[in-house]
Design a protein around this ligand. Structure first.
Ligand SMILES: Cc1cc2nc3c(=O)[nH]c(=O)nc-3n(C[C@H](O)[C@H](O)[C@H](O)COP(=O)(O)O)c2cc1C
Length: 472
């Protein structure tokens, strides 16, 4: 490889130099400049070459620069001439440059400058004042904060508090003097096994941020909900040095949320008293029409025989109280057999099996309930000295069930199966359970049935019906 000549070597150094390198002639014009000039000053190299070097120097620095240059020209120093001045950039701002000039030879000087604007600004009293003001402002902001702010030293054993702001003192009732040097866990009182503490411990161990809501106690023993957010602080070497904790008393919010949950629970329970759970859920989500067809249902009608004359001698309130007693017994039976109570109609009771959640044994469930209902009436009669009797009718088949309309929701049933069950009841006999032929056919063998015969059913014509007597 041929050796580089002196010019090429100089050029290579020029181009590689990370600082501003230049050669200036005796008239003060740049002869050579490296590319760094363009990055620092914003001028293009031709623009820099087109004007005298002196044009770029800050007016306040020209005199000082001139004197130093003169002295150097008169008594050329052995070492490079050094000084610092401000250099005009294309955008009108000035940048501080520290210069090193070679002694002039035949009017030519080689110079290297370094941009020290940042360092100059940091060392200036303006900068120090700005920083001092900013720090003061930050301290005031922390003191004025309405949330508690604490700093714990992560380099000391047990991470003691080294700073607490006035809001922390207000929230907890403890003064800074009382708590500095201790770990913040004292706020938990006896409750140091709260499940959320596991998250907090894990975050502290991993040196990570975390937000938890803790049960804490003030100095006066009063309980409060503390929303605590901790954040780690790492030094320049990546070592965890501190944790900052921000505390807010969120008791009002938590209590409001708890009250809201209680109210919701209450209203949910009320709603479930009126509607089956699945229907209530759909209604809450306002999902389309709520009437659905169910193919395998069993419908039961039960009527209190003789209740009308019996009730004629009674005060309305007393009457309702008796009905309430009897129907509550039936409600408990419905619950026991997994049957849906649909409604009461005067002194009649309507229940259905196999909806809104379909089940294979809906007919058996209804039959079992029907067989236990007379016992409940007997118990009522025994305790009150009355002589009420029940007439029950059952049919099985397809019904449509759901909630219709936009007010006073009620889960109701429609269809021929419902009408037939009603006829089985109304054309039955006191103390008996009348069922259709279909019911008799579909009921398992263990049920005891007795053929009643063919009867004329209003609106349906002649039908064979059975009495459901019991089960083995
Ligand atoms: C910066 C910081 C602030 C904390 N502030 C509270 C606080 O306000 N209330 C509290 O119950 N625990 C607070 N803790 C948590 C406890 O100091 C402690 O870390 C926690 O109880 C788990 O540690 P332990 O298992 O040793 O008790 C804070 C932790 C840190 C790091």
């Amino acid at each position: 490889m041929p050796a580089l000549n002196a010019d090429d070597r100089l050029q290579a150094f020029f181009d590689l130099c990370p600082d501003l390198a230049c050669i200036r002639d005796r008239d003060g014009y740049f002869q050579e400049l490296n590319g760094v000039w363009e990055q620092v000053s914003g001028w293009s190299l031709p623009e820099l070459r087109s004007r005298s070097w002196w044009d770029f120097i800050h007016p306040d620095d020209v005199e000082m620069t001139w004197e130093l240059e003169q002295q150097s020209a008169e008594h050329p120093p052995r070492c490079p001439l050094q000084y610092k001045h401000r250099f005009l950039c294309k955008n009108g701002s000035y940048r501080w440059l520290t210069w090193r000039w070679s002694p002039p030879r035949e009017g030519i000087c080689l110079g290297i400058a370094r941009d020290v604007t940042e360092r100059q600004w940091r060392g200036s009293s303006d900068y120090r004042n700005t920083v001092r003001e900013a720090v003061k402002l930050r301290d005031r902001a922390i003191e004025a904060s309405t949330v508690g702010i604490v700093i714990a030293d992560a380099t000391l054993p047990d991470m003691p508090l080294i700073y607490v702001n006035p809001a922390f003192e207000r929230i907890t009732g403890y003064s800074a003097a009382e708590v500095l040097g201790t770990n913040c866990r004292f706020l938990q009182g006896e409750e140091n096994q709260q499940p959320v503490l596991d998250d907090l411990r894990a975050a502290i161990k991993a040196g990570e941020s975390c937000t938890v809501i803790l049960r804490n106690y003030r100095k006066d023993g009063k309980f409060f909900w503390n929303e605590l957010a901790i954040s780690p602080i790492y030094d320049d070497r990546g070592i965890l040095t501190h944790f900052v904790g921000v505390q807010s008393d969120v008791s009002d919010r938590i209590q409001a949320e708890q009250a809201l949950r209680r109210e919701k629970h209450k209203s949910d329970r009320l709603l479930l008293n009126i509607l089956p759970e699945t229907i209530a859920e759909q209604l809450k989500e306002a999902r389309g029409t709520l009437a659905e067809q169910y193919s395998n249902t069993a419908i039961l009608f039960a009527d209190l025989v003789g209740f009308t004359p019996f009730s004629a001698q009674m005060q309305p309130l007393e009457l309702v109280s008796i009905l309430n007693d009897i129907f509550s017994r039936f409600d408990r039976l419905a619950e026991k057999h997994g049957v849906e109570k649909i409604k009461t109609i005067g002194d009649a009771y309507l229940a259905a099996g196999g909806l809104p959640i379909p089940r294979e044994d809906s007919l058996e469930a209804i039959a079992n309930m029907a067989l236990e209902m007379p016992d409940e009436i007997q118990k009522f009669n025994d305790s009150t000295g009355q002589n009420l009797q029940l007439r029950i009718g059952i049919e099985t088949g397809v019904v449509v069930a759901g909630v219709i309309g936009i007010k006073k929701f009620i889960y109701d049933l429609w269809g021929d199966t419902v009408n037939t069950a009603s006829r089985m009841e109304s054309q039955g006999q006191p103390g008996k359970i009348q069922v259709t032929e279909r019911v008799a056919r579909l009921l398992p063998k263990k049920y005891i049935l007795e053929r009643r015969g063919i009867i004329s059913i209003k609106g349906k014509g002649r039908m064979t019906t059975y009495w459901l007597i019991g089960s083995q």
